[in-house]
Write a protein that binds this ligand. Structure first.
Ligand code: HEC
Ligand code: HEC
Ligand code: HEC
Ligand code: HEC
Ligand code: HEC
Length: 255
């Protein structure tokens, strides 16, 4: 057999061949790391906005409910960003001369919507629906974080499929009473720490046990569980949340 490569090259060729799996593996690791990186997922990203609107001021300090501005979040799959008219309900009187609000006044005068930049964005092949999550006791803060502490809106979770699936496997870790959906301060504290049975009282709820439609929170007067795990299981049953197999079925999110 004639020699194809000169003998002197052999150590180099051997090194290259020996290194190939390492190169391939590290590219794989690199790609996986990139896939989860903040650059690829957009987590912690804060896109610039045409107006320096602050949730910290409007929600945290003024205490305006999410649904005053995001009116369709309970009724539709899509949570709208408010029309300029909603801002002008207040800003025709408050801060009406401020430079910061010039683009808002301009939008109102010329009847052209403000072009907010999207913060949260799923790829089109993934189906998402707000109203079902809100109706089944998943709070805004579970997915968007503490908006009441954000000046410019920042993406809070990764929005990766594994993030959706983790909750769909064990939703009981996250469910809360429906009247607490928009509350930023809600915590599942242990009420009957002394071991005494406790029942839900109006004062246990941020808005005194009133649902958005004015009805009473159905949990009022019923026994209050001592921890999230127990509460989650009670709510899962009460809100008829489907089982983990159904909830992680591919066709639920890829239709
Ligand atoms: C006074 C009106 C107002 C209130 C109240 C309000 N928002 Fe907003 N929200 C806005 C505006 C305007 C934007 C678009 C600018 C931005 O992204 O900051 C927005 C953007 C958002 C976004 C990002 C949307 C995107 O682009 O992907 C989320 C999420 C959000 N709001 C959630 C909430 C939650 C949760 C609450 C209640 C805790 C709330 N908002 C209360 C006006 C409001
Ligand atoms: C319920 C009344 C109300 C509504 C609705 C409202 N604002 Fe405000 N806004 C205020 C008040 C009050 C302040 C002053 C806050 C302070 O003391 O710093 C303010 C302040 C601001 C400021 C000045 C910077 C800051 O955050 O302090 C901007 C910009 C602003 N609002 C934009 C908007 C936009 C855009 C909308 C509509 C999406 C809107 N506001 C809706 C009451 C409102
Ligand atoms: C189960 C997680 C989850 C919950 C709970 C949730 N959101 Fe969202 N939100 C998302 C995702 C995911 C997107 C991006 C949707 C897309 O790109 O199609 C989003 C987008 C938004 C947007 C941008 C407009 C839109 O619909 O795409 C706003 C505004 C918003 N959410 C407000 C809220 C408010 C207010 C609440 C509470 C009443 C809330 N969200 C509860 C996950 C959630
Ligand atoms: C914090 C918990 C949580 C997170 C995060 C979450 N979900 Fe859900 N999701 C739920 C619960 C609870 C339900 C209600 C299930 C039921 O009705 O049985 C639900 C229901 C759904 C449904 C069923 C809608 C229908 O009409 O049947 C879809 C689709 C869905 N989620 C998509 C997503 C996607 C996509 C994401 C990630 C971007 C996501 N969810 C993140 C808790 C969550
Ligand atoms: C609870 C909702 C949900 C379920 C259930 C779900 N997916 Fe996804 N899937 C998503 C979301 C959201 C994305 C987009 C993530 C992103 O932006 O990268 C995604 C992305 C994908 C992608 C693109 C690559 C990737 O991983 O980002 C593939 C392929 C995929 N899903 C396959 C599946 C298969 C197969 C199943 C069933 C075993 C499944 N999905 C179940 C929500 C879901």
């Amino acid at each position: 057999m004639p020699q194809i490569f000169p003998k002197a090259l052999n150590p180099i060729a051997r090194t290259i061949i020996l290194c190939l799996p390492i190169v391939a593996a590290s590219t794989g690791v690199g790609l996986a790391a990139f896939y989860r990186s903040s650059y690829a997922t957009g987590i912690h990203e804060t896109p610039p906005q045409p107006v320096a609107f602050s949730h910290a001021h409007h929600v945290g300090q003024l205490g305006i409910d999410c649904r005053y501005c995001h009116t369709s979040v309970e009724s539709s799959g899509f949570a709208n960003v408010p029309a300029t008219k909603t801002c002008m309900n207040c800003h025709q009187q408050i801060w009406q001369g401020a430079d910061l609000l010039e683009p808002v006044r301009n939008s109102y005068k010329t009847n052209t919507p403000i072009e907010w930049n999207r913060v949260y964005n799923l790829p089109h092949y993934a189906y998402f629906n707000h109203s079902i999550h809100v109706a089944k006791g998943v709070g805004c803060a579970s997915c968007h974080g503490r908006l009441d502490q954000q000046n410019l809106t920042t993406q809070h979770p990764t929005l990766l499929m594994e993030w959706c699936i983790n909750c769909h496997r064990e939703p009981e870790k996250h469910l809360r009473p429906k009247s607490e959906i928009t509350s930023m301060l809600y915590t599942p504290s242990a009420p009957n720490a002394e071991g005494k049975p406790a029942v839900w009282k109006r004062s246990d709820f941020a808005n005194f046990g009133k649902l958005p439609d004015g009805k009473d929170e159905p949990l009022l007067g019923t026994e209050r569980p001592t921890n999230q795990k127990e509460l989650g299981l009670v709510l899962k049953d009460k809100y008829k949340v489907r089982d983990a197999v159904t909830m992680t079925n591919c066709s639920m999110c890829h239709r």
